[in-house]
Design a protein around this ligand. Structure first.
Ligand SMILES: CC(C)(COP(=O)(O)OP(=O)(O)OC[C@H]1O[C@@H](n2cnc3c(N)ncnc32)[C@H](O)[C@@H]1OP(=O)(O)O)[C@@H](O)C(=O)NCCC(=O)NCCS
Length: 201
């Protein structure tokens, strides 16, 4: 595990931290080193402030990061949020999160939406998102099993120009089913990974 930390100064963090009435806006991100194991686990209330920093820095057009994540967290198991941390040490930060949503009721065969996925900019390109998808899905399947449900399909939308499309194709086998013009900030593709419960254990 890397013992050194980098600090970065970023206006978006300042905005979130100011909302939460913190006095300063420095945020340290552990450097991920080859061989470091990212821990993926269910989000807890104590993760909210750090996850809000990830949200604000990954989605600069979106507002009220803390509140957004807090209300999703409260809606468990309709929404299931998993965080990525480098370890469980007190100084280990949340470096990413994933939100899964059960669609259209609690069903015996559940259709999930990958509602949101974000990784702290300083920690991108190192496999954290891939780990969030692939390591949270078995936990989601366990949760579904507790409610006598199995995973059927996963749907996900993303901006048509976002490379995340490749990520969803690689990890889930998702394919573009249609393009929705001018939905949020631009054209959005709707992707579906069919029968993903059979392929991801
Ligand atoms: C999209 C996002 C979550 C990816 O996180 P990440 O941890 O950097 O992704 P990973 O390192 O796990 O990369 C997974 C795959 O994505 C692709 N990828 C990652 N960074 C890329 C880049 N800069 N350009 C093109 N493809 C890239 C690669 O295919 C990679 O697979 P590979 O390593 O086998 O080649 C992150 O960039 C992010 O938070 N972006 C802002 C928010 C967002 O757009 N979220 C998704 C839409 S909801």
């Amino acid at each position: 595990m890397c013992s050194s930390f980098i600090s970065i100064k970023c206006p978006e963090y300042a905005q979130v931290l100011a909302q939460e009435r913190y006095a300063e806006f420095w945020y340290g991100c552990s450097l991920i080193e080859v061989g470091d194991k990212v821990i993926i686990r269910l989000m807890q209330e104590s993760d909210l402030s750090e996850a809000a920093l990830v949200h604000q820095s990954a989605f600069v057009r979106q507002r009220r990061s803390f509140e957004w994540l807090q209300c999703n967290l409260k809606a468990f198991p309709r929404y299931m949020i998993y965080v990525a941390k480098l370890d469980e040490q007190p100084d280990s930060k949340v470096v990413g999160y994933i939100i899964w949503a059960q669609k259209s009721g609690f069903r015996p065969e559940s259709v999930l939406e990958l509602e949101q996925l974000a990784v702290l900019p300083e920690c991108q390109g190192q496999g954290v998102a891939k780990a969030l998808i692939l390591e949270s899905l078995p936990l989601v399947k366990q949760q579904l099993a507790e409610q006598d449900s199995v995973l059927k399909h996963v749907l996900v939308t993303t901006r048509a120009d976002n490379f995340a499309q490749q990520l969803y194709k690689k990890t889930l086998g998702a394919e573009v089913e249609s393009t929705i013009s001018n939905l949020y900030s631009a054209d959005e593709v709707l992707m579906i990974a069919r029968n993903v419960g059979d392929t991801i254990q």
